[in-house]
Design a protein around this ligand. Structure first.
Ligand code: GLN
Length: 548
């Protein structure tokens, strides 16, 4: 029985979007709940160095880690499931691999050799996979390989997996995720795409150890046996992954299918205690059986693609469960919200969230939503650009600085209430040059934020922006009841604002959504949903009184 670090690779076949990230996170959760220390890594086969420069329409949200890495949104799932922070080492792209190999070549580190995909690129991939393993912080590293087997881009990754499996046979397994489609005309589940997908892997020298089969219908024992026989895996290693009502059900479904047990057996690991998923099932219970509902409007410019706001949507699920309510999110496109239709579009909402974003598109709709929430005393939560727009709105309509603006939208403006920090002014490169990652923030005692965080004085939150509240206006804002209640102790930058004369109007320059997990719902989301719940109850009570 070896005690070496164990590597689990998760590949995907047949089609994309099968949910490798959720399967990886669910398996990790099960192993963690047995007492193993687990981390998950994502290898992305695209040539961008990181997803920071990608349009959200391309790849969904860009997730930011404590160390300031701009990463794939799957890392958000890993953190939400495991409640353990990830870092740059957890996300590797082809761009990053090549960048590092080319830099080594320029430094002469290859001693005159011809630099090639095999062995140099594959060695660099293997090095990146093993960095996490060498940290001795983990017993198990799960590596999810983006894309689908057979893609040209994925080949060097599959080759690196083949080599690692050869070198560390006892400590490596491959889980292949495939699809078992149901043909309604034939009334049958079909295994052929899975057989072909496994063949593609085999052509690249990799025999999967476990098959996780996505399906809309139960797999019969006959089908499981057929898959096992044609794909050279043991029958207990054919795992059914049936469509689940929520992603948070998947660990439970995988436990029922004994995915963790099969992994432990195949890796010859010590069977630690039985998984303790009580806290998880408590959360699921509260999430699935809410005692009430609240309606939150989310104003953003990428609302057609919900993945662009993945962490916010998940943070609402965590905060809803904490408050024992379901949070119904009404996605409103900021370009479609105007002074004329604000009443109708925001009709019946219990809270308004203005989302992060870049550029001026949809800005007027965001300002309108903020004005509406401020004047009608509807709970409001602004994140990043949401806080910046709340500042502009207050400057224009309360302080009377009619041409107040952010210099992101208007470079030369009479009242630049949001402006660029001095160190950002000379930056020309786009990638990785924002204020990124975790920064400390001191909370003002007695403020709403301070109460939300459980009366702690110092917090740490993750950032991803260039522009900042302009401290030259701070006094003027504070005097009018716009309080700066979170301040960076090192740079004096304003990180949280709130309004005095309002039941709940809070906005943060940082992104709280990145740190919300199932086990630790984010305090600012919990407080916002709580305010929305209170607002809803008051509305209902007022309605009842009116009817009487
Ligand atoms: N565009 C704004 C900035 O760069 C806000 C960024 C964001 O919302 N993440 O400062």
């Amino acid at each position: 029985m070896s005690e070496n670090i164990k590597y689990i690779f998760v590949t995907g076949g047949v089609t994309s979007s099968l949910g490798k990230g959720i399967i990886s996170a669910s398996l990790a959760k099960l192993l963690q709940s047995r007492g193993y220390r687990v981390t998950i890594q994502k290898l992305d086969p695209y040539i961008n160095v990181d997803p920071g420069t990608l349009n959200p329409y391309e790849h969904g949200e860009c997730y930011v880690t404590d160390d300031g890495a701009e990463t794939d949104l799957d890392l958000g799932h890993y953190e939400r499931f495991l409640n353990v922070p990830t870092s740059q080492a957890n996300n590797v792209t082809t761009g990053r691999i090549y960048q590092s190999v080319i830099e080594k070549e320029r430094r002469g580190e290859y001693l005159g050799k011809t630099v090639q995909i095999i062995p140099h690129i594959t060695d660099e991939i293997k090095r990146c996979i093993q960095i996490l393993g060498s940290k001795s912080e983990y017993d198990v590293v799960i590596t999810e390989i983006g894309g689908t087997v057979g893609d040209i881009e994925s080949l060097p990754y599959v080759e690196a997996v083949r080599q690692l499996k050869w070198e560390k046979d006892d400590d490596c397994i491959v889980i292949h995720l495939t699809l078992i489609p149901y043909l309604s005309a034939a009334g049958e589940l079909k295994t052929k795409p899975t057989q072909h997908s496994v063949k593609t892997l085999l052509e690249n020298g990799v025999q999967p150890d476990i098959l996780v089969c996505r399906t809309e219908h139960e797999l019969s024992p006959q089908i499981r046996n057929k898959i096992a026989k044609f794909c050279n895996v043991t029958p207990n290693a054919v795992i059914q992954s049936i469509d689940a009502p929520t992603i948070y059900d998947v660990p439970i479904l995988m436990q029922e299918e004994k995915l963790d047990e099969v992994v432990i057996e195949k890796l010859n690991m010590k069977l630690k205690k039985k998984p303790d998923l009580r806290k998880w099932t408590d959360f699921l219970d509260r999430h699935k059986h809410p005692k009430g509902r609240v309606n939150i409007a989310l104003i953003g410019k990428y609302v057609e693609l919900k993945d662009s706001y993945k962490s916010i949507a998940e943070a609402f699920i965590h905060a809803g469960a904490a408050n024992e309510v379901a949070v119904d999110v009404r996605w409103i496109h900021s370009e479609e919200l105007t002074i004329r239709n604000a009443d109708e579009k925001l009709q019946g909402v219990d809270g308004v969230l203005v989302a992060p974003g870049f550029g001026s598109r949809g800005m007027d709709g965001k300002l309108e939503a903020i004005k509406y929430s401020r004047e009608n005393k509807i709970p409001f939560f602004g994140i990043c650009l949401g806080m910046q727009m709340a500042t502009v709105e207050f400057a224009r309509h309360v302080l009377g600085l009619v041409d107040a603006h952010s210099t992101e939208m208007k470079e030369y403006t009479a009242h630049p209430v949001i402006s660029l920090m001095a160190e950002q002014k000379s930056v020309v490169n786009k990638g990785g040059t924002m204020r990124l990652g975790a920064y400390p923030c001191r909370l003002v005692k007695g403020s709403k934020a301070w109460k939300a965080y459980g009366e702690v004085d110092l917090i740490e939150e993750r950032h991803r922006h260039r522009f900042e509240f302009n401290n030259e206006y701070k006094e003027q804002f504070e005097k009018a009841g716009f309080r700066c209640t979170g301040i960076n102790p090192d740079s004096n930058l304003v990180e949280i604002i709130e309004l005095e004369d309002h039941p709940y109007f809070v906005a943060s320059q940082f992104h709280p959504e990145y740190k919300s997990t199932v086990m630790n719902p984010h305090p600012l989301f919990v407080a916002f949903v709580k305010a929305a719940k209170k607002y809803h109850a008051l509305k209902v009570r007022a309605g009842v009184q009116e009817a009487q």
